[in-house]
Write a protein that binds this ligand. Structure first.
Ligand SMILES: *Cc1c(COP(=O)(O)O)cnc(C)c1O
Length: 383
């Protein structure tokens, strides 16, 4: 059955794909060991390093983001080692599961969903237990919309023998992340969020001291061997058969980001965040993350009233407006509604998202939420 309206994915992955990227991926397949493809991989490396703000190689892996997280845990630590996992939500809890499966001993710093960590608390925990060899965290916790203070945590880890592993899957290309300058030891992202690509690629970069550690560790994981991937990367190859079409799409997406300029992309993300927050507050809804400087730039989460679970609102927004919103994750399923605005999304898409949310509430808010939201957008862009 045809629909009279577009489907709009305002979701924290996957995100819409620009036509230029879709068409690039539709070109006839190149062979992954031939020169034309190697040139694409070489150019991807230059653009990826600039995106990660690093001198280190950025290894593309054929897997979803969680594969990149797995590769980090298996290549940087040996079973029995102690690590600190800082979690305040669903994806932080995933780190606990992954490091446990690797046989590491996690010391867990757990915070209420919607809140963040105090880097001084992490410093105190590291001082208290010098056996801790690594810190695992998210940069942006996508389940709640919190932006964690990774730069401040890096300032703590870089001055001691502790590796900082940062899941930047919903942060890289959405808000500034400067790997080398901040001192992140392992930075991970995925293809289907800010990078405007389908799911299927993860990216992992290691600092020089993390590479040294990786050379000492036996990954005990056949597919995710970062040392082998790095050797192939230096020859403009991937270790196993490349996800060719995705890497060609990546070339186009990175070219687009370069043309737009990352500063402009970040500014747009910031402005969309101000637009979403203003619109949601003007509707009379409660923002889940209140603290200034602690909300992520790629999605905005709403705390649902007790008598209004997220599910029916999300269902109605899709059925009646064609807009895909998302409920919370885990035990926040009913309590949180997420309106994502990352990647190839502009103010018009977000206006549609805000409308779909307002339309799907049992009591419709008055219309000026949209005007206020758009004012906030223009004001933020002009700052
Ligand atoms: C999306 C996401 C992941 C998981 O990525 P998959 O591609 O589903 O494996 C992990 N961490 C964060 C912060 C995410 O946003």
């Amino acid at each position: 059955m045809s629909s009279i309206q577009a489907t709009r994915m305002l979701t924290p992955g996957p995100t819409p794909i620009p036509d230029r990227v879709r068409l690039a991926m539709a070109a006839p397949l190149l062979h992954h060991r031939k020169d034309a493809f190697k040139t694409i991989l070489a150019e991807n490396q230059v653009m990826l390093k600039s995106l990660f703000c690093t001198e280190s190689p950025v290894l593309p892996l054929a897997c979803s983001g969680t594969g990149g997280m797995t590769a980090a845990a298996f290549n940087l630590f040996e079973p029995g080692e102690k690590v600190l996992v800082a979690t305040a939500g669903h994806f932080g809890n995933r780190w606990v599961d992954i490091v446990t499966q690797r046989g590491l001993e996690p010391v867990v710093l757990r915070k209420e969903p919607g809140t963040s960590f105090d880097p001084e608390e992490i410093r105190a925990m590291l001082d208290h237990d010098p056996a801790i060899r690594g810190v695992f965290m998210q940069i942006s916790e996508t389940s709640t919309g919190v932006l964690h203070p990774v730069q401040k945590v890096a300032a703590v880890t870089r001055e001691r023998n502790v590796l900082l592993v940062a899941d930047g899957i919903s942060a890289v290309s959405i808000s500034p992340v400067r790997m080398d300058e901040w001192g992140i030891d392992c930075l991970i992202t995925g293809s289907q969020k800010g990078l405007m690509l389908p799911p299927g690629l993860a990216f992992v970069a290691l600092s020089p001291r993390a590479w040294k550690r990786a050379s000492e560790v036996r990954p005990q994981c056949y597919y995710f061997d970062l040392t082998a991937e790095r050797a192939s990367c230096e020859k403009n190859q991937t270790h196993y058969t490349s996800p060719i079409s995705l890497l060609v799409g990546l070339h186009e997406a990175l070219t687009m980001l370069q043309e737009m300029g990352m500063d402009n992309v970040f500014k747009k993300q910031w402005a969309l965040t101000q637009m979403a927050r203003t619109g949601i507050a003007a509707m009379g809804m409660e923002l889940f993350v209140k603290e200034e400087g602690r909300y992520t730039w790629g999605l905005t989460s709403v705390r649902m009233p007790d008598d209004l679970p997220a599910g029916p609102v999300v269902a109605r927004a899709f059925k009646e407006c064609g807009v895909i919103l998302t409920a919370g994750q885990g035990n926040l399923k009913d309590k949180v509604l997420r309106l994502a605005h990352m990647g190839w999304i502009d103010w018009g898409d977000l206006a549609a998202g805000l409308h779909a949310l307002a339309w799907s509430l049992p009591e419709k808010p008055s219309g000026d939420y949209l005007e206020k939201a758009l004012d906030a957008y223009h004001k933020a862009l002009g700052e």
